[in-house]
Structures are given as C-alpha cells and as structure tokens.
Ligand binder design. Structure first.
Ligand code: 13P
Length: 250
C-alpha cells in the first residue's frame, strides 16, 4: 500500500506573517488528517521559520528547487547541504515553471534529482506536458522523455527514494483540472513505464497529481488507482483548503 502524500508547493508566495498563520492553521487541523502524509515546500528564506514551526509535528517540509553543485561561486543558488542544515526532507525538482521560465532541461533535472538523493533528500520529480503537446497527441511521448532522462541517468532504482509528480502544464494555476480519467491514464502510463524496468519499484513509487487540485476535486482524483496524492499550488496557501485536500486523500 502506498501512503498518500499531499505536498503544498507555495511557489513565490507568503510572508513571515502569512506563513505563521498558515502553519498554525495546518497544525491545528492535523488531527482530522487520518491517512495522508503531509508536506509543505517553502521558499528558501522561510525554511528556518518552517523548521521551527514544524518541529515536533508530523508535517514534513522541503524546498522548491536545489542546485546540482556542491558549493562555490554559483551566485543565487542554494545547495543540498544548506537544505540539510534546516533538516528538509523533500525538494521539488523540475517543476514546469523551472523548466519553462528558467530553461531547466531534462538532463539538469536528472542531475538535480541525483544530487538531492546523494545528500539524503527525497526529490519530488515533476513531469508533464504543455497544452500544445497534449493537443498534438504527444502527452505520453513527453512524459516518457522526461521520466526516461531520470531513469537513464540515475537508474530505475533511484526511484525507490523519489516521488514523481505528474503536472499537466495546462492545468497549473488555470483552474482547469485534468479529469480523473485523464490523470489516471497518464499515471498508469508512468507506472507502466517504470514497471517495464522494475515492477517492484513501480508498485512502490508514489505518483502525485498536480494542477488546480482543490477540495472540490481532490477526493475523486486521489481515488484513482495510480494517483497517490497531490502537489498543490494555490490551494496550499489556505489552511482550510489544504487540510480539506489532506483529508480527502485516503
Ligand atoms: P496549482 O495547484 O496552483 O494549479 O499549482 C499546481 C502546481 O504547480 C504545484 O506544483
């Protein structure tokens, strides 16, 4: 059985004050979350605050990006060692916003994923197609290419300590969610592709859905056989909505 994971991706949102009240709200509601593992991925500068607030709770946390380098002259970058200094458990790699706005390639995402794992962090590896790729019938080809880049570089065994997030780019922040059937079809494809190389790992790896997941659609999405939780953007910024999604993940 795969334990569902609901992870908030706050993106570039929040302030000390708003994060304090968001985390207080989530902590207060955690008793109502029965089955899901809960995590939040914060902007780097708030990791200290998040780590203090979540000490002695069951809520995991992490970052939204990480450097593939160890340390040195890489202005503006943040290393795995730094994330470990704040006891992060997770780090998102290859989010579509990093790929499309900041030019991250499949190869770089694979390298970041390996670096995270080498230093004890669990990568949440994001893959997903653009609207024009879906409309051209290339959804499977695109997610296969993105997934294969990680498997070819790091080995299928690397997925044992990773989470995959399928985020169709056209559903991110648009209010347009993939239907449960659309999402399930791609999740099953992803799991099947991993199973071609290692059935046990395919069975174990958690594949999250991301893209306008909210309280109204979470239960139906997570009820699908191959959807093991969600990576939540906008709805993770409101404690009430985020908790409702966490409760829906059974
Ligand atoms: P939204 O939930 O705001 O669509 O964002 C999804 C996402 O990109 C999570 O990483």
């Amino acid at each position: 059985m795969r334990q569902p994971l609901i992870a908030g991706n706050w993106k570039m949102n929040g302030s000390k004050a708003s994060i304090e009240s968001l985390l207080e709200g989530i902590k207060q509601g955690m008793d109502s979350v029965q089955q899901a593992e809960v995590a939040v991925c914060a902007p780097f500068v708030y990791l200290q605050q998040v780590s203090e607030s979540l000490k002695d709770t069951k809520i995991a946390y992490g970052a939204q990006n990480v450097s593939e380098q160890d340390n040195g002259a890489y202005t503006g970058e943040v290393s795995t060692t730094m994330l470990n200094d704040f006891a992060c458990q997770y780090v998102i790699v290859g989010h579509s916003e990093r790929r499309t706005l900041y030019g991250e390639t499949d190869e770089l995402v694979a390298t970041k994923s390996a670096k995270a794992q080498a230093d004890g962090l669990t990568p949440i590896i994001c893959i997903g197609e653009l609207l024009e790729e879906r409309e051209a019938g290339n959804t499977e080809a695109v997610v296969a290419r993105q997934l294969d880049a990680v498997i070819n570089a790091n080995g299928v065994a690397s997925l044992e300590n990773a989470v995959i997030a399928y985020e169709p780019v056209w559903a991110i922040g648009t209010g347009k969610t993939a239907t449960p059937e659309q999402a399930q079809a791609v999740h099953a494809f992803i799991r099947g592709r991993i199973a071609e190389q290692d059935a046990a790992i395919a069975d174990k790896v958690r594949i999250l859905y991301g893209g306008s997941m909210k309280p109204a659609n979470a239960e139906e999405l997570v009820a699908q056989q191959d959807i093991d939780g969600g990576l939540i953007g906008g709805a993770s910024l409101k404690a009430e909505d985020f908790l409702a999604i966490c409760q829906a993940a059974k």
